[in-house]
Design a protein around this ligand. Structure first.
Ligand SMILES: [Zn+2]
Length: 509
């Protein structure tokens, strides 16, 4: 007997709120489509009252993305709920998610309202949302620091007003697993009408306990989990979707067969998409989706693995979407072998010109690198997929530096179709090169992050650089892949600048 668990993904709302994770409307659509492929039940698409840009993005997801519940967040006031409805009116299955803070500290200092007034606002908000949609979620913000009796009272009121899901958020990431389970149980036992609604958990990872707390809530009776891809979110982030899903699958014996409808083979592709779009990379040892999550290096492990996989592997890499094998490609593979491999890696829909471009890059890579692995292929495909029209195009570069730390660099770019070159000195080669580029481009951005990673192990590995530029309020990510790490850096920097040139006209919040 299996019981269904509703997966509520808030990558596009709580996740997108985290520093540097801002996405364009097109990027949000791309993520939403992938979330449908992954099989999530609910997509929280944004906070329509936050800005006109947010409202437009939620409205577009509601219109274009089908086969999933699309949810919009609203504070417990008329204007927010009306904005949510305006954004959601064309959704196949719309949900309004309204919330109000219930902890003494939030009610007193943030809302400046008495508990009675807060209960009244909750009733009014849910009732108003129910006039627009039949699917209404109510959250008690900062629930884990609220009085449990008060929580039962406000939840019972929300249910009376027509709420269909009751969410218990650990907004500040303060709870511990047993304590959170106890709270969920207490609410289920003491809230009139609770048997008619779905109980939901929303956890934050400030103490590294988000996944543990969420699973504890499921054991205590919660049947919806609010999660994000890679656990992105404000501060230390939200509960990671992939961790909760794989814990429930792998430990079915323990969790009594409470299963989400997730297509687990889509976990890694979804994780990679979100990393590419946000520029927020997971650490190599990240559970399920980290580069080392399935790497066995210690000799004793390898010996055991060769004898029998189950000795050290509790789930297979294939089951979460890592490539089936580390098949190695070479020049001899030819176009046919190359395109077959792309298909196997999930890139079967690429247009022919793109495949041809990638094939030429693959051939060039074979000249520089002994063996080309799946990871190498994925890196060049992902880099190509994130390319934007090139206002600034790299034609050539040179840089040298010495032990005194001073470096000199020369760079040649095509800017708006014209060839231009510049030189600069700096503190290291990257600094000198970026200064030379700045002379040609003349932007107002600040380099906020610079991240280097080896795509594959070995001396001839490809390096991948990702950068994040802040231009006023807006943030632009870029990535570059090359066997030369300095060249990867230049490519990443130019991609971010090309993105900023592309979206300067777009409304951003
Ligand atoms: Zn949250």
């Amino acid at each position: 007997m299996t019981e269904r668990l509703i997966v509520f993904d808030t990558t596009l709302r709580d996740g997108e709120q985290s520093p540097g994770a801002t996405m364009t409307e097109d990027e949000k659509i791309e993520v939403a489509r992938q979330l449908v492929k992954l099989g999530v039940d609910v997509i929280e698409a944004g906070f329509p009252a936050a800005s006109p840009g947010d409202l437009a993005a939620v409205a577009r997801i509601a219109r274009e993305v089908k086969g999933v519940v699309v949810c919009g967040l609203a504070r417990a006031n008329d204007a927010d709920i009306d904005a949510a409805w305006e954004a959601l009116r064309f959704a196949e299955s719309p949900r309004i998610h309204t919330f109000i803070a219930t902890s003494p500290i939030h009610m007193e200092y943030k809302l400046r309202k008495t508990p009675d007034e807060v209960v009244e606002l909750a009733y009014a908000a849910v009732a108003r949302a129910r006039r627009y949609v039949s699917d209404v979620e109510f959250s008690a913000e900062d629930a884990t620091r609220s009085d449990p009796d008060f929580l039962c009272r406000i939840f019972a009121t929300a249910i009376q007003a027509g709420a269909t899901t009751i969410n218990i958020p650990d907004t500040v990431g303060y709870a511990t697993p047993e304590e959170f389970a106890q709270l969920v149980r207490f609410i289920i036992e003491h809230t009139p009408g609770i048997e008619r609604v779905v109980v939901s958990a929303h956890c934050h990872n400030d103490l590294g306990l988000a996944t543990a707390n969420t699973l504890a809530a499921v054991q205590a009776g919660a049947r919806q989990v609010e999660v994000t891809i890679n656990g992105i979110g404000e501060r230390a982030g939200n509960t990671a979707l992939e961790e909760v899903v794989m814990a429930l699958h792998t430990r079915r014996d323990y969790y009594g067969g409470i299963l989400p409808r997730i297509v687990t083979e889509q976990l890694v592709p979804t994780s990679k998409l979100v990393q590419r779009i946000t520029g927020i990379h997971v650490q190599p040892n990240k559970a399920i989706v980290g580069a080392n999550a399935f790497a066995h290096e210690a000799g004793i492990h390898q010996d055991g693995m060769l004898k029998h996989r189950a000795t050290y592997e509790i789930m297979t890499p294939q089951s979460v979407g890592w490539e089936a094998s580390r098949l190695v490609l070479g020049k001899h593979s030819g176009r046919a072998g190359f395109t077959a491999r792309l298909r196997e890696l999930g890139y079967g829909d690429l247009p022919r010109e793109r495949v041809e471009e990638l094939y030429q890059r693959f051939i060039a890579l074979c000249d520089r690198k002994k063996t080309v692995t799946d990871a190498d292929l994925i890196a060049i495909v992902e880099e190509q997929l994130s390319q934007v029209p090139e206002r600034y195009q790299l034609l050539g570069w040179r840089a040298h530096s010495g032990s005194d730390g001073r470096a000199e660099a020369w760079v040649k770019l095509k800017v708006d179709g014209q060839e231009r070159e510049a030189s600069a000195t700096g503190n290291g080669q990257i600094d000198a090169l970026f200064k030379a580029i700045d002379r040609l481009v003349g932007h107002q951005c600040e380099l906020e992050a610079f991240h280097i990673e080896a795509v594959t192990p070995g001396e001839d590995a490809q390096g991948e650089v990702s950068v994040r530029l802040r231009c006023g309020e807006a943030v632009y990510n870029g990535r570059g892949v090359a066997t030369d790490i300095i060249e990867a850096g230049i490519k990443a920097y130019l991609m971010a600048l090309n993105r900023s040139a592309l979206v300067t006209t777009e409304v951003r919040r």
